[in-house]
Design a binder for this molecule. Structure first.
Ligand SMILES: Nc1ncnc2c1ncn2[C@@H]1O[C@H](COP(=O)(O)OP(=O)(O)O)[C@@H](O)[C@H]1O
Ligand SMILES: [Mg+2]
Length: 269
């Protein structure tokens, strides 16, 4: 069991000319393996700032992040271990893959860096990972990202994230740039992986309907503050905060969402 504590984190950005932006205000949550937390909020609410702090692109102004009770080390083996334990899937599968490298290269790299398997087994492991995300290794391995569809590219990004055998996965709006017809397939894949491999997933989205469907717990962010945090059904059915009610009114009826997605997914990848 791996536990990640995001503890009383405040993040203030200093912006030249316009002063300070309080992107996060005393936000706390605990993510454990075998669990999905849906992090929901409108654009600008602070979601990606949480992802950036977790991947150390930013540091908290106040508060801390603990992995199994230990603050994230600043360097050395401890930091490597943290990065191996927590992997990220980004919003834009085009920007996150290198256009000059093959799919094989993308998945191989973390296997080599983290020495996940002996070098003689790397090829087989790349194939296994691609199959795991429902891609045909022979069809995609030697291709480059632009030769794949958006949905296939996002599957490659997921395979790459899984290569290091992390305990936790952070997915920042992983389907918002995909065609509607491809979204449900990728979300279902993440849900399968979560269940079968016991991953802890932080699913970041602006969509309350999929958050409810795919998450055990939901946290709603509004202007950097956690206005709601609890079991998914409680948050949706008994929202305490007016903002959550607004979000709920603005999000599509979940059943409608899944009906449409299922109809449009016919044969699409
Ligand atoms: N590097 C940065 N410098 C200054 N302000 C930033 C920076 N990154 C994000 N912000 C601001 O912080 C707030 C939260 O942004 P973000 O975390 O990206 O929200 P979300 O992912 O929910 O859209 C926004 O007001 C945004 O403009
Ligand atoms: Mg964002």
């Amino acid at each position: 069991m791996t536990t990640l504590e995001f503890k009383n984190v405040t993040k203030i950005y200093n912006v030249r000319g316009s002063g300070q932006i309080r992107a996060l205000d005393d936000v706390s949550f605990t993510l454990r393996s075998h669990q999905t937390i849906g992090l929901v909020g409108q654009s600008g609410s602070g979601k990606s700032t949480i992802a950036k702090i977790l991947t150390q692109l930013e540091t908290p102004t106040h508060g801390e992040v603990l992995l199994d009770g230990t603050p994230i080390p600043r360097g050395g083996r401890g930091l490597r271990k943290y990065r191996q334990q927590l992997r990220m899937v980004f919003q834009d599968p085009f920007a996150s893959l290198n256009p000059y490298h093959s799919i094989r290269h993308h998945v191989e790299r973390p296997l080599r860096l983290d020495k996940v398997v002996p070098s003689g087994e790397i090829d087989a492991e790349v194939r296994r990972l691609l199959e795991r995300v429902k891609l045909d290794p022979d069809a995609v391995m030697e291709r480059r990202p632009h030769e794949l569809s958006g949905g296939q590219r996002q599957r490659v990004a997921i395979a790459r994230a899984l290569a290091s055998r992390p305990a936790l996965l952070v997915a920042d709006e992983p389907v918002s740039m995909l065609d509607v017809s491809l979204r449900l397939g990728v979300l279902n894949l993440l849900a399968d992986l979560q269940r079968e491999q016991g991953l802890g997933v932080l699913y970041i989205t602006h969509d309350l309907a999929t958050a409810r469907h795919f998450s055990d717990e939901i946290m709603v962010l509004n202007q950097g503050r956690a206005v709601e945090y609890g079991p998914a059904d409680d948050v949706i059915l008994n929202p305490k905060d007016p903002y959550t009610r607004e979000l709920r009114a603005a999000s599509p009826d979940p059943e409608e969402f899944f009906r449409t997605a299922a109809t449009q997914a016919g044969g699409a990848r």
